[in-house]
Structures are given as C-alpha cells and as structure tokens.
Design a binder for this molecule. Sequence first.
Ligand code: SAM
Length: 250
Amino acid sequence: MKKGTHHRLYLLLRIGLLAWSLVPMPASAGDSYARQQEAMIREIRKDVERTVDYIGKDRLDPRVMEAMADVPRHRFVPERLRSIAYENRPLPIGHGQTISQPYIVALMTDLLHTKPGDVVLEVGTGSGYQAAVLSALVERVYTMEIIPPLAESAEKRLRALGYDNVTALQGDGYYGLEAIAPFDAIVVTAAATHIPPPLIRQLKPGGVMIIPVGGPFMTQELIRLTKNEEGQTRSEHILPVVFVPLTGGH
Ligand code: SAM
C-alpha cells in the first residue's frame, strides 16, 4: 500500500471514531431514574420552603434527604407507573391503597428525629417505601400491614432489595407489636380517628410518634406526639394532610 493511501485510511478512521463519539447515546433507564430522583429531591426542598410556617424550618435533616435520594422509589410502585414514580405525589399501589407523596414521607421521617440505634415501628407498610427510607437511619424497623397481599409483596420487595434490618409483618397495627415494644419512634401512615392507646403505651419515654389524625376521606392533621421521661405525653399539630384510613377491628 502506498504511503499516501495509508495516511488517508488512518485519517478516515480517526474522523469515523470522532463522528461516532459525537452521536448522542440513548440514556439508560438507570440514568433516567437518577435524574428524576434528583428532580424529586428538588421538589421536596421546594415544598419544605413552602410549608416553613407549619413545620418551623426551611430544610430537613440531611440524613433524611440522603435516604430519600438513595431509595429506588420506582421499585416500590406498580411497573406501569414506574415512569412517574419520582413525581412528588402519592400513587396507587392496588387494593385501594397508595404510596405516600415523597415530601410527606421525607417530612414524617424528619419529624421522628431518629438516631442510628433506634428501633422503630411503622403502621401501614403499603409498598414498603417508608420502611426502606427509615432502614438507612435506624437500627431496626418493624412494619405492619393489614392487607395480606400488600404485606406479602412488600416483604418480598424489601428482602429482594436487601433492606435486611426491616421486618415486615401482616397484622392490625392499631394494636402495635407488644412482643417487641417499647419503640424509640412510631410512624403511622394511615389516618386514625384517634391516637391508638396501645401505640402510646408502646412508645418509650423520650420517644416520638407521628400520626395523621382525622376522619376518613377528609383533611386530617399530622400530629407529633412526644412522651417525656416521666411518661407524660404532649401532642402538637404539624400540618393538614390527606391519608387513607386506618382500618381494622378497633
Ligand atoms: N407507608 C406506605 C408506603 O410507603 O408505601 C404507604 C401507606 S398507605 C398510605 C397506608 C397503608 O396502611 C395501606 O397499605 C393500608 O392497608 C395500611 N393500613 C390501614 N389500616 C391498617 C392497620 N390497622 N394496620 C396496618 N396497616 C394498616
């Protein structure tokens, strides 16, 4: 081969490689979820700023925000809703139930003021998303779901995703989990007409409970109940919310 031909071939190869590297590569589903999750975090921050008068602060605990940025929310919604999993709104998960709005999950988690050694009870497992967010922040999470197929699918999902410090159980969370109590924190993710007395009893002195209280299918109040070292309780109204009702035989 002549010297000039060799050189031309070499140049063509270089140009070809350059052109190939300039062709935009389709974003993988993983990249797209990562971008949507970043957008979700920005939306949560905006909602926190909008509700500063209710919640008394303009940013949430950075550990909570890290957990929100880490848990793959698209794995907790039905497959057909994965493309909108990171929108800042509740989504249906079947059986008339919902996965809560990301801002509300972040706020409730923040209000619990958890510490790494804590043992926490969640009432209302649903998809298992709230339990997964808590998993990174505490020692152990117990979560209870009253609807058997939801309890079963959440348990499988949490296990498959490696949330090994979460124990998901089927049962009526109104009565809590006497065998494990007391808990450092309790979060109820369904609206109760009153704060369940068994849950108050199962809260440790110094513990915190976050619970939406009010009638079904109307605006309820998110309440933070704290128990002091002497066992006396105090409750504060945080902000209006809308949750599916706490059901069961009580
Ligand atoms: N935390 C959930 C998540 O992250 O997907 C969302 C919870 S959804 C708003 C409320 C859940 O509470 C529903 O799955 C519902 O079946 C459950 N629930 C209602 N009453 C309950 C009860 N007495 N005990 C346990 N779970 C209950």
